[in-house]
Design a protein around this ligand. Structure first.
Ligand SMILES: CC(C)(COP(=O)(O)OP(=O)(O)OC[C@H]1O[C@@H](n2cnc3c(N)ncnc32)[C@H](O)[C@@H]1OP(=O)(O)O)[C@@H](O)C(=O)NCCC(=O)NCCS
Length: 174
């Protein structure tokens, strides 16, 4: 088994066999991911084995009204729209579940967001959780749900950057 590192989705990747157990995320990968990537709406990063996609995530720029942000994310200047990044999709093929691929994709996505925000700005990362279980996972990772929709969560890029530095220090000690 040789798995790729996360890399941008191309037409050469096979997606037809992908199944994560959530039809909406399978459907998005098979019908929207590549065109969204080509048109510049979403950056789609995939992990594959021999070209067949076994995990992916999608990141896109977004802008939200400050009033929906949790208070700790909202502090400081309040432009009409707050620039943020959106992790809109994240999934691992069920045949590969529980082997660390999702965790690796999350880490890769968070690192990308911090780098992107350094280059072009962006106050927070917004998560579109697929269900309550996914929302709980993100809450354990420090993301805060919005008041009106528990499936929409935010964490400031500064807090994400700090957590990645802490995790790096911890792994260097172990
Ligand atoms: C959630 C998911 C991406 C985890 O992928 P994975 O490759 O199995 O994850 P890992 O092997 O790194 O980690 C497994 C553990 O972390 C949890 N986990 C990791 N990332 C997660 C996430 N984003 N949301 C929820 N749980 C997650 C898993 O539930 C599992 O928990 P457990 O150890 O208590 O059983 C995968 O189960 C999946 O595609 N589910 C369907 C789609 C989905 O729920 N996507 C989340 C959208 S926000």
């Amino acid at each position: 088994m040789v798995l790729s590192a996360p890399e941008p989705l191309t037409a050469a990747h096979g997606v037809s066999g992908f199944s994560c157990g959530k039809p909406a995320l399978d459907h998005w990968l098979k019908t929207h991911a590549f065109s969204n990537q080509e048109k510049g709406f979403t950056a789609v990063l995939v992990v594959h084995e021999a070209g067949g996609v076994i995990g992916y995530y999608g990141l896109a720029p977004t802008a939200v009204v400050p009033s929906i942000l949790p208070r700790s994310v909202r502090t400081g200047n309040r432009p009409t729209r707050c620039r943020a990044l959106l992790l809109g999709q994240l999934a691992t093929d069920t045949g590969w579940a529980g082997r660390g691929i999702g965790t690796g994709l999350v880490k890769h996505a968070l690192q990308r967001c911090v780098q992107a925000a350094e280059l072009i700005g962006g106050r927070a990362l917004m998560i579109n959780a697929v269900d309550a279980e996914a929302a709980q996972f993100w809450q354990r990772g420090g993301f805060l749900p919005t008041r009106d929709d528990p499936l929409i969560l935010f964490r400031s890029i500064a807090a994400i950057a700090a957590s990645l530095v802490d995790a790096h220090r911890h792994s260097a000690r172990c």
